[in-house]
Design a protein around this ligand. Structure first.
Ligand code: HPA
Length: 249
């Protein structure tokens, strides 16, 4: 089966509304079971797979997600290109709530997650190139599709992946800003690294849900789940057109 694109949905994105003729797959991989059923169907006439990273009922916290099984299952179904939707906090000025961005760099602050296919004794030792953690050709396709669809997407930015599930302290965000991070989320790694090990093209469409702790104009602002979900829903308005253009292109 050829799958033109696999989409992994993050917080607030548990289905792809326009997916038609949907079949559900529940593959079990060498790494275990993915976060939930993989919905495969037609989107703008092309075969697309969708997987909700946290499970369809958002039951898995970021550190409990079986990233290896998710990506291996998508690959086994025939996917070669993965577009990850990542709900994030914004750190620097261009990345306020409801902005869409296609990051080009990342810094990994996560710990204790299985972050490689080389975990099991006897598995091949891989040292994949990761200088560009997001596949440049897929990023270019996403940006071109955004332009064709008339959807504003910031081209580039550095994604900092934190352990969660708690949000960050103001000091942690201040440090991440000094490190060069523009965005903060909890699921970008090990997903991107595993995609590279599996030979999958991988890009992220980051959806800014809130200013990260202490980063916005109101430094005392408290981040609520409702704000996160409202902002994700608003920012997602342009995503169907972007996906349609990506699949058409
Ligand atoms: N920090 C980390 N992850 C997030 C945030 C945040 O502020 N908002 C949405 N995901």
């Amino acid at each position: 089966m050829t799958i033109e694109l696999a989409v992994i949905g993050g917080t607030g994105v548990y289905a792809l509304g326009a997916l038609a003729d949907v079949e559900s797959h529940q593959p079990v991989t060498a790494y275990g079971a993915p976060s939930g059923p993989i919905r495969v169907g037609l989107y703008a006439g092309k075969r697309v797979a969708f997987l909700a990273r946290h499970g369809e009922g958002h039951s898995l916290p970021p550190h409990r997600i079986n990233y290896r099984a998710n990506l291996a299952a998508l690959k086994a179904l025939g996917a070669r290109r993965v577009l990850a939707l990542n709900t994030v906090g914004g750190i620097t000025e261009r990345f306020g709530p409801r902005v869409l961005a296609c990051p080009d760099q990342l810094i990994d602050y996560t710990w204790g997650r299985i972050s490689t296919l080389c975990e099991e004794p006897g598995s091949e030792v891989l040292h994949v190139d990761f200088g560009d953690p997001y596949t440049p050709s897929l990023r270019a396709q996403v940006m071109a599709a955004a332009t064709r669809a008339g959807v504003a997407v910031v081209d580039g930015g550095c994604y900092g992946a934190t352990q969660g599930p708690r949000l960050e302290t103001r000091a942690e965000i201040a440090r991440m800003r000094r490190d060069g991070c523009d965005l903060v989320g909890m699921t970008g790694m090990p997903e991107a690294g595993l995609a590279r090990e599996l030979g999958l093209d991988y890009a992220s469409l980051a959806i800014v849900a809130n200013w990260a702790a202490g980063a916005g104009p109101d430094v005392d602002e408290v981040i609520t789940l409702q704000d996160v979900l409202d902002n994700v829903a608003a920012a997602m308005a342009g995503v169907p057109a972007l996906l349609g253009a990506l699949l058409a292109g």
